[in-house]
Design a protein around this ligand. Sequence first.
Ligand SMILES: [Zn+2]
Length: 351
Amino acid sequence: MRPLPFREVVVAPESVRRALTQMLTRPSPSQSLLLVGMAGVGKRTLARSLAAAWLCPQRTPDGHCGACPVCQKWSDAGEHPDLRILRPDPDQIKIDAVRGVRQWAAFAPTVAPVRFVLLEEAHLLNPAAANALLKTLEEPPPRYHFLLTAPASDLLLQTILSRCRIVRLGALPTAQVAAYLQARCSLPEATVQAIAAFSDGALGRAIRWAEALQGSDNAPRELDALQALLGVFARLGQASLEDALRLAHEFREACKALEGGSPSRSARAALALGLEYLVQWYRDALAMQYPDAPLRFEAHRDALRQLAQRFAAPERTHDLQAIIQARRAILGNANPQLVTENLFVRLLTVA
Ligand SMILES: [Zn+2]
């Protein structure tokens, strides 16, 4: 797909949009920019749009012009002679790919004033590739710029982070996701609202569900998977320690169907996404202390109350940290079964 002009890319929060708009008014881009945000929040779309804007010699704060000789070089598949995209194949980025970029960097840009290297899922660089990238970032070839994306900044080497300007993308408010869908698809109001609520503020995910639903009476598989996942979470307030391994198994099974529409998503990424939802669930359980706090899973208020009553707030805070650590371990190289089993044992252990 050709890159969207920056003005058409949905970016949250608003402060990030303003900062990026301001960056586009400068004569040249940052040497290395890292876009951080959860799955489905729009990192890829934004990265392509920014690359297109900076390649275009006639860019404005709205993005690339779409008409100049540089912009005309974009293929329908979203390729450009002055852009190189590296992505995990299938679940890591290897040193050969980074070396290939270094060779490419020996040549001057073809048509644009600069060249861009886009590294998707940069946390999946293997150690050798990460070191090779670091060397390149330390001594960047003239007129070469790097755009990296990752679900969380602490998954990258500190030495790489210190070379990047970090942009943190957030979830969109549910109402904004609903408004976006309403303007662009013909689904009934109630369906749009349901998709928006389940999308967790990740517009990319909401759009995929909406597209899958257009012209079909079947709920997309991913919505079913999310319901199954919430069913597992809802039992945490009542289950006993003996249920831990079974719940861990059901959790992993529900995660398998998550993001079912995306063949490029690895099993690890799906588990990490499931754990992101579990983080939101525990945040909601913590928010139950404040009567008026908005809940992400409002429809599951009773189950959240059970969890909140069973575990005191300090315990829930520690559990939340344990979930975040488990997510990090999954995105690293840890054994998924072991990590999820340990986690559920921990979540069901009453102090
Ligand atoms: Zn242009």
